[in-house]
Design a protein around this ligand. Sequence first.
Ligand code: G6P
Ligand code: ZN
Length: 543
Amino acid sequence: MQSQVIATTPIPGQKPGTSGLRKKTRVFMGPHYLENYVQSIFDGIGGVAGRTLVLGGDGRYFNDRAVQVILRMAAANGAAKVIVGQNAILSTPAASHLIRSRGTDGGLILSASHNPGGPDEDFGLKYNTPNGGPAPEAVTDRIHQATQVIREYRILEAQDLDLSAPGTARLGEMTVEVVDPVADYAALMERLFDFGAIRRLFAGGFTMIYDAMHAVTGPYAVEILERRLGAAEGTVRNGTPLPDFGGGHPDPNPTWARELYDRMMGDDAPDFGAASDGDGDRNMILGRGIYVSPSDSLALIAAQAHRAPGYRDGLKGVARSMPTSAAVDRVAQAMGLPCYETPTGWKFFGNLLDAGRVTLCGEESFGTGSDHVREKDGLWAVLMWLNILAETGASVRELMTEHWRRFGRNYYSRHDYEAVETERAEAVMDGLRSALPDLPGREVEGLRVAAADEFAYDDPVDGSRSERQGLRILFEGGARAVFRLSGTGTEGATIRLYLEAVETDPARLDRDAAEMLAPVARAAEALSGLRRLTGRAGPDVVT
Ligand code: G6P
Ligand code: ZN
């Protein structure tokens, strides 16, 4: 087999965002696009000669083709071994686990997460470091620099490898090990959670719907929930992964997992409902007649994790992204746990987890996870909830009601304004940024601004600083409005407005979130002119 050196030139725009490089699939399929980026990853991490990598993706359109290209490039660049998921499939948390448990030099994960898939939709690729987590900014910066100076890439001239069954093969000098994508991950979950207790819960008639959204977690959920835990057959819905996710948005939130949401609010709702996203790292949690916001789910888990065997000794600390509500802070305070506030993006949790400062992390963007891997983990969150439900014997509603009574409630909602013209979005952000110094003390819509700033983060472990991570307006009494531009979109700009209001009055803990947040929403509009400046009547997505 011949290793080829192909001449190329830098392709503009190959800059990793919140979570790797995400582009339209056709862009990734364009001449040299994937190859340039893969070579730049290899160059940016100091080459892959003699190294072992993990490789797999969420099964979206072009996943299978891209994996074959990456295998040939890894071989031509001298990699010793690539561990690849059967049929090129690995959920993001399963990939993170493999990277760690096999002591590899990192991995390449192909996914655009919750974005739709297909020839006209989105594709993505990211590099995870040997700790199993998304590459930190210092690494993604080097990868980006490499994309700007690339002159050539290396690729082996070879036929596609058969990845349809576990086993070992050679590609030139390189070993390719094809692994069952579910086995190791399922074994890890069995170590963390009390499968016996959850099995008894299901045996006692507990009912559940798990919506895999035609994405990667289907096979994982069938194996774990139905086979190992004995949930009724059919508990897992939309369990067959499809390259275009059945034409849907594989994003577990009340908008895109509408059918599940409506079912859970209906008369014939099961006890528990959950969903995960395209690559298996996100989760949505529902009980009969109740939606648990991701921020509340994080707080509840922080308070109850000790009920699961893997967390019996308690938590070392907790972390949340800045726009995530402070519900978990209240738990941390009450339990005497360190609590960290990081910028948006799971990569910012990596150092805290590696340094043993935190056990549990979460984000408002439907991500929850722990130090068991270095990614958020959808099924992990579902199993954690099941373990808590099994141990307490309470319903989701009872658990949340009790939680709010004990800690107070942070009403929370996120409003997304999608595909806004970039200039307009920047005008909103620039206008608000320059107004920030004048906001403290201002009264608007019955609220008084206590502080306003642009969030910056100093990593307590490596001392690195990340600036411009969102505009915050804090009101007296704990209410808050945060403005951020999304770092994961592929078209125009998405403005995210995060709204929060604190309530400790026991008589006001069970209200409608939109109603409780209406004043802070009006104040946010008055101070930013978001709707006025974008010409939008309201958000496209509310979570
Ligand atoms: C990905 C990352 C998350 C992040 C989310 C939202 O899912 O893994 O850590 O919170 O994107 O990012 P965005 O920049 O679109 O708000
Ligand atoms: Zn995801």
